[in-house]
Design a protein around this ligand. Structure first.
Ligand code: DAK
Length: 257
């Protein structure tokens, strides 16, 4: 049986591929556990500065595996904390994660892409929260992250009508950072990830933490948090190196400290 999650290392970038093409990369425990294990590995690897999560040309992921959950009852879902336990790992990594989305990102697939720090979309990408069609609702952030990404009106539209949103609409609405021709999606995403991984890792982590803070605090609290973290960046050797290199008109050599 082929592995449902494949990892590769490209220089300082860790790549995670979801690999269940026969089911449009539908997410079951094996896949989500595999993604979690891959993130654990990349988090622990000091060489890795950025992570890319992708699927294949047809699907990032067409949702949680419907066959797997169709017979669950309430008590089972509640007692086992249905799939919550292994879904949170993407959110907790301190290294940046870019979702490279081609084809379908639906239901849990869309939610998983939104757990990442940014989404690069192929021009073939299609996003949606079609759970309502199955007699259920989004359960992994669709009703929470989508409104923050695209605004209330569009989030209501997508969640209540089950329609799909193409890459152009998703970019216009702010869900997607970049649209890339499908055949270049992975290369371009790996390039951007390599750029990030070439910077000072502690600074990258500080920026990620600070941007995320913008969604979890008031403006004043967020600004205070940013100021404190900014001040702490003066403790870094990489700050001394970065600014010295600028003044000396040379490339900085960051050492992640
Ligand atoms: N689950 C299982 N199998 C799936 C699947 C899915 N979500 N999506 C597609 N497949 C399978 C199909 O059954 C088919 O398998 P075979 O019949 O060949 O064995 C194969 O993938 C190819 O699919 P189609 O033949 O349907 O392909 P089409 O191109 O005709 O259609 C489609 C593509 C994406 C429009 C269609 O497959 C589709 O509508 N799929 C279902 C999309 C969907 O409803 N997604 C939402 C699922 S509910 C939570 C975390 C997550 C969730 C909830 C809670 N917690 C942390 C608490 C998430 C819930 C969901 O995602």
């Amino acid at each position: 049986m082929s592995k449902v999650v494949i990892t590769e290392v490209h220089g300082k970038v860790g790549l995670i591929r979801i690999n269940r093409p026969e089911a449009l990369n539908a997410l079951n425990n094996e896949v989500v556990d595999g993604i979690g294990a891959a993130i654990d590995g990349f988090e622990a690897d000091e060489n890795i500065g950025c992570i890319v999560l992708t699927g294949n040309e047809k699907a990032f992921a067409a949702g949680a595996d419907i066959g797997f959950m169709k017979d669950f009852d309430y008590m089972h879902a509640y007692k086992t904390d249905f799939i919550t336990r292994n879904w949170e790992r993407i959110k907790t990594t301190r290294k940046p994660v870019i979702a490279a989305v081609a084809g379908f990102a639906l239901g849990g697939g869309c939610e998983m892409a939104m757990m990442c720090d940014m989404i690069f979309a192929a021009d073939t990408a299609k996003f949606g929260q079609p759970e309502i069609r199955l007699g259920t609702m989004p359960g992994a952030g669709g009703t929470q992250r989508l409104p923050r990404g695209v605004g209330k009106a569009k989030a209501m539209d997508l969640c209540l009508t089950a329609r799909m949103m193409d890459a152009a609409e998703a970019e216009k609405a702010g869900l997607v950072a970049r649209i890339i021709p499908a055949e270049q999606l992975l290369d371009e995403t790996l390039k951007a990830a390599a750029t990030i991984a070439g910077f000072s890792l502690p600074v990258v982590m500080m920026i990620k933490e600070s941007v995320n803070r913008a969604f979890e605090s008031s403006l004043n609290e967020g600004l205070l948090f940013e100021r404190r973290v900014f001040h702490s960046a003066f403790a870094l050797e990489d700050q001394k190196e970065g600014m010295a290199a600028f003044v000396e008109k040379r490339k900085p050599a960051f050492r992640n400290c």
